[in-house]
Design a protein around this ligand. Sequence first.
Ligand code: LMR
Length: 334
Amino acid sequence: MKRLLLVVFIATLGMPFTAAQAEYLIKFSHVVAPGTPKGKAADLFAKLVNERMKGKVKVEVFPNSQLYNDDKVLEAMRLNTSRTTGIMAAPSLSKFVKFSDTLQAFDLPYLFDDMNDVHKLVDSPLMDKMTDGLGKKGLRALTVWDNGMKVFSIKGDHPLRKVPDDFTGKKFRIQSSNVAEAMIKALGGTPQKLPFKEVYTALAQGVVDGQENAWSNIYSKKFYEVQSYISVSNHSYLGYLVVVSQDFWQHLPKDIRAQLTEILKEATTANRQYAAEADKEDRKKIEEDHYAKVVELTPQERAAWKQACQPVWTQFRGEIGGELLDEITGLLKK
Ligand code: LMR
């Protein structure tokens, strides 16, 4: 039934488009708040396209899972056969698990020390290698947008510091990533995959005890108001792959594709700035609000978490590809 509704909905997307007086309409769907690094970059992209490509292309942004939630959007994109109305989205890299083995590398705990490491990989030719396979799945990767490094939050009488003790008996919401699932188990906890839209309620009602996310999501969705502690673990990266349906993209006139690519580049530069700012400012606002207490891990604690996560690397080496992983770690000098 749900699938039928989705098909009907997609079919209506393919109907002749007149309302916006443009030849092409792009519906940009995302799940976070408009004020986050992804939300702001999507709005900037829409603003620049709507100003500079008036009459040719119009972009409409749908934030907060209004149009599709996490996993549904990729399916919708693949089902959409319209050549005049396209769907664009920026799901987190963790949500491509059904479509790409190689992108799972991004979820490996402690692959990146910081955002400079992330940009080294994202800006390298390895990124094309990692996204090439998506074409066969009907998706076209356009760029990567940042959110930031992830931290862990928990409800309880003490923060997450010791592994596995502080994770034992606790349930953690994760995205649809199998690597994240293995990571939570390696740290001693119990993982539970849930769409982003359901996280606040799951935390508030005690369906899960904790979660991992970047500061801007913890702040904008008020997760910190229903959590007791946040451990600054910076254990992995939350970033997004901006994608569009391959069929829609290939059938756009060349000059339109080129102009959209150019504007996306500008939005990507701005996104990195937004993300760097949010990382500091949203953390500060959370600290000032005094709902959840923010704790730093000692170097020894961080080393113990990292050590506990080592089996995850071994477990996923085959799926990701040993050679690719060696190239990535070589690039990052790990
Ligand atoms: C999450 O599900 O936690 C994130 O992927 C949400 C987002 O898009 O930042």
